[in-house]
Design a protein. Sequence first.
Length: 111
Amino acid sequence: GVLSGMLAPLQRETFLGNAAVLQVFDISKTGKIAGCRVSEGVVRKGARVRIIRDDVVVLELGTLQTLKRFKDEVNEVPSGQECGMHFQGFHDIKVGDYVECFTVEEIQRTL
């Protein structure tokens, strides 16, 4: 009991999907929007993201804050579709970046 509570919870990542950044739009009130094509799985609003550029992780645990299909805000976009993504507090997105989308759940460890 007591000792288990002192262990840091394990974090389990569940892969959702990934997308390639094809274009970057500068929207004055929002910041940068990444125009992406989903290449595998699904991308989901509110999910965690890892952004990779030239095999280097440039954002480790970001959040997919806004997800749009054309002008509509949507909750998820499946493989093969294009969408616009905005990442919370991250504006250094570039064409050619690769976005991995995943969920993280904390699992309380037991001894």
